[in-house]
Design a protein around this ligand. Sequence first.
Ligand SMILES: CC1=C(CCC(=O)O)c2cc3nc(cc4[nH]c(cc5[nH]c(cc1n2)c(C)c5CCC(=O)O)c(CCC(=O)O)c4C)C(CCC(=O)O)=C3C
Ligand SMILES: [Fe+2]
Length: 375
Amino acid sequence: MSDQRDPAPYDALLLLSFGGPEGPDDVVPFLENVTRGRGIPKERLKEVGQHYFLFGGVSPINDQNRALLDALRKDFAQAGLDLPVHWGNRNWAPYLTDTLREMVTDGRRHIAVLTTSAYASYSGCRQYRENLADALSELEAEGLPLPKVDKLRHYFNHPGFIEPMVEGVLKSLAELDESVRAGAHLAFTTHSIPDSAADSSGPAEDHGAGGAYVKQHLDVARLIADAVHRETGVEHPWELVYQSRSGAPHIPWLEPDICDHLETLHAAGVPAVVMVPIGFVSDHMEVLYDLDTEATAKAAELGLPVRRSATVGADPRFARAVRDLVLERAATERGTVVERCALGSLGPSHDLCPIGCCPARTERPAAAGADSPYA
Ligand SMILES: CC1=C(CCC(=O)O)c2cc3nc(cc4[nH]c(cc5[nH]c(cc1n2)c(C)c5CCC(=O)O)c(CCC(=O)O)c4C)C(CCC(=O)O)=C3C
Ligand SMILES: [Fe+2]
């Protein structure tokens, strides 16, 4: 067993997230950052802008990342792990490049990176690696020393990610009226992505119908459904469904959509549904608008009782899981064999994305993978 407090060779952890607007004036520039070069229809942007304006132009995602930072710092301090934690985003301040510049100026040279996306996919994995490469190239152009950046493995099947969600589903079931509870379905939901992006998600051996993206979500759904069955003695039927689709209508994306799914279940006589947002780490806008506002209104219109269960957010079990992942990877980097915690049938995910993992439509440099142009 390795020293459970030794972060070497790492000298910092970087929390890398999406970012979101913090006021009405931020909304349009934020959406321009998100969609730069990706041909999202103007109609869709106007619609998405409205979602933010409904909440005063403020996405909850930044405060949730601040809460996660606090939880991580607290967990590390309690465990005697001396490792500074920094935060940078892809689409809004604090921007990744600014954070990385500050870290390098402070002398950080080997950085472990945690992204707020638990699964494989271009949007959830490679795009963050491209953002890291872009940031490194900016620092290089400024003549700054380049840190080594290592992205921590996917944590979708880590018990610290699964257990809080199981608890959340149990709580949501308990909130349903007793007369409909036993018959409730669990609708596991995640971000829809184009079929082509799903099929090519993960390492090459996973490519094909749905790819690693769908496989990983199915494993999480099964793990949660099984745990709920064990706790309640009731076998709740479940399905994996999708939300937050964008892009042109003629391009196939993962289906069914959560709102269509609620209609189907209602028509089939299902008495209640718990929506379980396994695709998301916190209650950001995709959860607050697409599930709590839109899908919940659809259910009300149908007269179908629904609850939306909790995301992990800043749960101390998740913070602990992050500590495990850092220490596990640190030990691996030092050449020590360590236990790699994972539930379900897929096992612990790779440390280093292999060449061709979650390919982009247009190839661009990506750091922290086998094809990284950086050391
Ligand atoms: C897989 C996935 C995750 C989960 C993994 C992860 O968490 O990374 C995710 C998260 C998020 N997506 C978010 C917001 C947006 N995503 C968009 C667009 C898109 N997402 C996509 C995929 C994903 N997205 C895709 C294939 C597109 C279209 C093409 C593109 O542009 O890449 C757009 C543009 C308009 C629209 O099309 O909806 C917006 C505004 C926010 C912030 C919420 C907040 O502010 O609280 C978060 C956490
Ligand atoms: Fe998104």
